[in-house]
Write a protein that binds this ligand. Structure first.
Ligand SMILES: Cc1cc2nc3c(=O)[nH]c(=O)nc-3n(C[C@H](O)[C@H](O)[C@H](O)COP(=O)(O)OP(=O)(O)OC[C@H]3O[C@@H](n4cnc5c(N)ncnc54)[C@H](O)[C@@H]3O)c2cc1C
Length: 390
């Protein structure tokens, strides 16, 4: 049954491309529509934990994953001011031994590029850039999406993978309340050759401060340092993914942090520093309506405080393909997908928010391994999207 389907994927992010590749490997024809004029260098670093790496190893091959992502040799939570190690988070070989897959960190563009290459190798013309989703209509025979440039596409199913401000989610379920969480994030990328290598030790570190966090790790073969910094604000005007930030603003915000943090901020090329306001939505009670469903941030938009958003999108993509493959028809396939995924997506959404409160109410002077909560302590790494029942 699955082989006869034509699936329309809206949004070529990590979730959309993972779903596309997994479906293609199951023999499904997929057409992907992406609003950006070209797929490119968007984003910064992304951590992919073993629960997502299972899928990447399966779809891309461990050699490709090893090329685009790296496993930090060692990691630590450090005191924000002194830089003293509070908790060692060495994951190295332990993750492979315990979960059967590594813990990886990558430049999003490198991982995204590998997925796009693999998708195009299966079907060179299947990604259509420059197509921003406008509306959908459904009848007994299929579903039609129209895009703002006048293009339209008809298929058997439509998967909304269009991210945190999903237009497909709005078309299916209407407008919803979006509230500012009170947290803002900065992201930056610094070439290693602008830094003293002795400063970036260990490979991956997070500085736990009072109501602020600065996390950094190496990507792109260790040639770039990626960082994400979080703080609080009373208000924020617009939910956006790409507002440039002044380096001076970040320096002011983290002026009491350790010299290592100061060095990284000062070395950031101005065009590589961005800030975002983090917004919250209530979980949906249902993802699927008729021939359309949601995946990734479009289905479960979450704050980044467990660093699981991209991993959840990757898990969704693999499970969707398996559910459709296992089902007698598309209706059963979508029902199996949502049954397998919605509870987990909602759980991680809620726990990300709880973790934000935990992180921002901590006392860095009395911080130890018992206060350190992660996606691993919630048991999230033990999930394998290749074998979980669908
Ligand atoms: C500061 C920060 C740090 C993070 N760190 C991590 C981390 O370490 N690990 C992790 O797992 N996650 C992390 N995340 C979360 C992660 O980035 C997202 O959860 C992930 O990118 C979601 O993938 P997606 O494919 O669902 O959506 P996206 O990556 O947002 O992709 C959506 C795609 O849809 C396209 N699109 C949007 N609207 C339309 C439209 N109308 N028509 C057509 N196309 C459209 C977009 O251009 C984009 O290509 C972090 C997030 C933030 C803010």
């Amino acid at each position: 049954m699955v082989k006869q389907l034509h699936v329309i994927v809206v949004g070529a992010g990590l979730g959309g491309l993972t779903a596309t590749l997994a479906l293609q490997r199951a023999g499904v024809r997929v057409s992907v529509y992406e609003q950006a004029a070209a797929l490119g260098e968007a984003g910064a670093g992304v951590t992919i934990t073993p629960n997502g790496v299972h899928v990447l190893n399966h779809l891309l091959g461990a050699d490709v994953v090893g090329r685009v992502a790296r496993t930090p040799a060692a990691g630590a939570i450090k005191h924000y001011r002194t830089g003293a190690i509070l908790v060692e988070t060495n994951r190295g070989n332990r993750m492979q031994e315990q979960y059967g897959a590594a813990y990886c960190q990558a430049h999003r563009a490198d991982l995204h590029g590998a997925l796009a290459d693999a998708v195009r190798a299966m079907d060179p013309g299947c990604i259509h850039p420059g197509c921003s989703f406008g509306a959908l209509t459904e009848n007994g025979d299929g579903i039609t999406a129209t895009f703002r440039n006048g293009v339209s596409a008809t298929g058997d199913l439509l998967i909304g993978c269009d991210g945190i401000r999903s237009a497909v989610r709005r078309a299916l379920w209407g407008d919803e309340q979006v509230s500012f969480t009170g947290y803002i994030a900065w992201r930056g990328l610094v070439p290693m050759d602008r830094l003293d290598p002795g400063v970036i030790v260990p490979d991956s570190a997070s500085f736990a401060g009072p109501a602020r966090t600065f996390a950094r790790y190496k990507v792109r073969g260790g040639t770039l340092v990626n960082y994400a910094a979080f703080s609080k604000r009373d208000e924020w005007a617009e939910e956006s993914w790409s507002v440039h930030s002044e380096i001076a603003e970040l320096q002011r915000e983290f002026s009491d942090f350790a010299p290592e943090v100061q060095a990284i901020i000062a070395a950031t090329p101005p065009e590589r520093c961005f800030k975002w306001g983090l917004f919250d939505r209530e979980p949906l009670g249902q993802w699927t309506r008729g021939r359309a469903t949601l995946l990734g941030d479009a289905a479960h938009p979450m704050t980044p405080f467990l660093a699981q958003g991209a991993v959840m999108a990757i898990e969704d993509g693999m499970v969707l393909a398996r559910a459709l493959e296992a089902a007698a028809d598309w209706r059963e396939g979508l029902a199996r997908y949502e049954a397998a995924r919605r509870e987990r997506g909602t759980f991680v959404m809620r726990e990300s928010h709880v973790n934000a409160r935990r992180m921002y109410s901590r006392d860095p002077d009395n911080y130890g391994s018992s206060s350190h909560k992660t996606a691993e302590s919630l048991g999230l790494y033990a999930y394998n999207p290749l074998t979980v029942p669908v």
